[in-house]
Structure formats: C-alpha cells, structure tokens
Design a protein around this ligand. Structure first.
Ligand SMILES: [Zn+2]
Length: 109
C-alpha cells in the first residue's frame, strides 16, 4: 500500500486518504503561446517506470495539495513537499540520485 507523509499536517496517510492529481510540475503556457505548447500542457504526460513526480491531495485529512517523488516500479517514496514549488527540493533530488544514479525526469536530474 502506498503511504505518503503529508508535508502540511505531518500525518502518514495511506492511499485511501489521498486523491491523486496527476503529474507534478506541469508548465502552463499563457496567452500568445503556440497551439503545440497548449496541446502539450493539456495532454502530454510522462509515464515512467521509475522516478516520477506526482500531485496528491490529502482529501480525507487536511485537504491540501502536495507533491510526492516516488518510484512507480518499486513504490519507494523519496519524499513529499509543498505544491507551491516549481521544482523538487534539492534534498529530495539528492536522495533520488543516491538511490537511482543517473536518473532524469523532464529537465530535472
Ligand atoms: Zn495533510
């Protein structure tokens, strides 16, 4: 069972308390952007077997959105952090690098 620590209330919530929100760190394009950029924002998602960054909501808890870094293959959780960030915190990226040398995800490594 997937268990994530909510970075806001500190509870270790299992997946029955959480609602998935899809991929984290999507870049939204504003007015004047190309149709290809907007199409990519709407439809193009990563589907890795390995390190992934996701949005989750502590739906049956504090109700707040947060991000989680985990391995989709092993369910190993590298950490959770605020959804108000544009990229994963360095300590989580360092933890992933220690466990999965050479990993990349979008522009992060
Ligand atoms: Zn919470």
């Amino acid at each position: 069972m997937l268990i994530l620590e909510c970075p806001y209330c500190g509870l270790h919530a299992d997946e029955t308390e959480l609602a998935p929100g899809g991929e984290a760190h999507l870049k939204r394009f504003g007015p004047g952007s190309s149709d290809d950029d907007f199409e990519g924002y709407l439809f193009m998602r990563e589907n890795p077997k390995g390190v992934h960054f996701e949005r989750w909501r502590h739906a049956n808890g504090c109700g707040k959105w947060f991000h989680a870094a985990r391995d989709t293959n092993t369910l190993e959780v590298f950490g959770t952090y605020s959804a108000q960030t544009t990229e994963p915190p360095q300590d989580i990226k360092d933890k992933i690098s220690a466990r999965r040398p050479g990993w990349t995800w979008r522009e992060f490594a």
